[in-house]
Design a protein around this ligand. Structure first.
Ligand code: HEC
Length: 471
């Protein structure tokens, strides 16, 4: 709890006292050049986000200070009174003056922005997605599978590892297909099962393979992470890397998360969903609704943000059901996709210690259609990089790193279950730029990965397909 409070305090200090922008991750407003592209004053909006949003709310809705979008102006609604409030402040009540940090022109831009009537700095849903699927040739690669959940190639080999939801780990090598025996028993009821499989970045020298799954405990279960080695067709030398306390196992059968990825600095990241108990996503004393970070041997990195939590592996929080997680090899950015409720599936850039807002802010609604939360944005909570409403049911995320489609190198490949698509997402300059549909109508996409041959491999409900350029 303490670290959350510290974190919050730090943010507030950053905003309120305008500590060096770089350490607060704030951006400096650029020139007015873009101002006439939209009705709202863009420079005013940027400055507002930078100087005012922490207290008055990202969408002017209020928070630590009054709403600036209602019709109540305690200190006067004329331009002069508002400008006076901005420049001199209202010291007795904690409204700082900004005459030292903002020029008169900048203050007027902010006034324009406020007066324009509170456009939310929120992410627009993606519409009109173009398709590039006519450029892709589809071949069946492996058939007769039962709900494959994850696919991973062993580097510098033609070995493919596949998990099936029911608890089977399969190794494919050329024509040979082996079932690995001795892996952990999983609870495969509901959304439970054997989830991701990942091979160590130094697999060739150490042989470690990682599995994440729904671990049964009586009638309850919880996401658990182990590593082990495959010797012939046996699972051996197993080590437990993450296991929740018995009291944190849950009888719910959904929202397990269950993805694994590695960065270039020896860390392993994994995801756990809120297990259907949404408020737990905001509580750093429980593992639910979090992105976790450990060293590959299970030890805790000393720089993790919540070292006093019973779960010091927590790296970021406020995530609903993260089913896509991947470190971008060029930028080391940790990209995540998570299921929203009805609407509000998110693409997030996960940063250490940050709060992604579930269930306090969301673009989604309850499945019944009733309002889940009135907020899509709040100070201290991260906005998604983009969001899909209606939900596409995101699942499985990778980066295209091959040579067969050179112009797609570095783009995200995001699978979708209900929508039965793969989204090819341009994240150049480390931001969401645009997306197109790479595959559509072949079935629910559970996982997607780049193969060693540069083709894209996709896990569908009962098979793996291979995508290569159409000649
Ligand atoms: C540290 C928190 C904080 C920051 C940062 C902040 N304000 Fe305020 N602001 C307040 C508080 C507190 C009040 C008055 C509360 C009260 O007495 O009702 C206030 C009042 C105001 C009012 C008067 C509202 C009314 O109802 O008459 C305006 C206008 C205003 N702020 C604009 C801004 C602008 C523009 C910025 C950014 C340049 C900003 N504030 C930054 C805390 C803040």
């Amino acid at each position: 709890m303490e670290s959350i409070r510290n974190n919050l305090m730090k943010r507030l200090l950053c905003y309120a006292f305008l500590l060096p922008f770089t350490s607060c991750g704030l951006f400096v407003a650029d020139a007015k050049s873009t101002a006439d592209k939209r009705d709202i004053n863009i420079n005013g909006q940027k400055l507002y986000m930078q100087y005012c949003a922490s207290c008055h709310g990202v969408g002017l809705e209020g928070g630590l200070a009054p709403s600036l979008m209602d019709t109540i102006w305690t200190y006067g609604d004329s331009d002069e009174s508002i400008l006076r409030a901005i420049s001199v402040g209202i010291e007795t009540v904690g409204m700082p003056g900004f005459s030292d940090s903002l020029s008169v022109d900048n203050q007027k831009d902010i006034l324009d922005f406020i007066k324009a009537g509170a456009p939310l700095e929120t992410v627009d849903p993606i519409t009109d997605v173009p398709s590039v699927s006519d450029r892709v040739h589809i071949q069946t690669h492996i058939e007769n599978l039962e709900e494959p959940w994850a696919i991973t190639f062993v580097p510098n080999s033609n070995v493919l590892l596949i998990t099936e939801k029911n608890g089977t780990l399969i190794r494919i090598e050329g024509e040979k297909r082996d079932k690995i025996s001795g892996i952990p028993i999983v609870n495969s009821k509901g959304q439970g099962g054997l989830f991701d499989v990942a091979v160590d970045p130094e697999y060739e020298s150490n042989g470690w393979v990682y599995l994440i799954f729904a671990d049964p405990l009586g009638k309850k279960s919880m996401t658990k992470l182990v590593r082990g080695k495959i010797s012939n067709t046996d699972w051996v030398e197993e080590q437990v890397l993450f296991q929740a306390r018995a009291e944190d196992y849950s009888s719910s059968k959904h929202h397990y998360g269950g993805r694994i990825t590695f960065d270039a600095f020896g860390h392993l990241y994994f995801s756990i969903g809120d297990r259907g108990d949404k408020d737990m996503a905001q509580d750093i004393n429980v593992p639910n609704g979090k992105i976790h970070r450990i060293n590959r041997d299970g030890s805790i990195p000393k720089t993790n943000p919540f070292l006093n939590s019973p779960y010091p592996s927590i790296y970021a929080y406020g995530n609903r059901n993260p089913q896509g997680l991947i470190v971008h090899p060029q930028t080391q950015t940790l990209w995540e996709t998570e299921h929203g409720p009805k609407g509000g599936d998110e693409l997030n850039k996960i940063e250490m210690g940050k709060n992604y807002g579930w269930p306090v802010i969301s673009y989604g609604r309850n499945y019944s259609g009733t309002e889940l939360t009135p907020y899509t944005a709040k100070p201290g909570m991260e906005q998604p990089e983009s969001q899909w409403t209606p939900s596409i049911a995101v699942c499985g995320l990778d980066i295209y790193t091959g040579d067969l489609f050179p112009e797609w190198k570095g783009r995200l490949l995001a699978g979708a279950l209900r929508n039965q698509t793969i989204r090819l997402i341009d994240v150049s300059e480390d931001r969401y730029q645009s997306e197109s549909i790479l595959l559509s109508g072949e079935g629910r996409v559970r996982d997607v990965t780049t193969g060693p041959d540069g083709a894209i491999y996709v896990a569908l409900p009962n098979k793996i397909i291979r995508l290569s350029p159409k000649l």
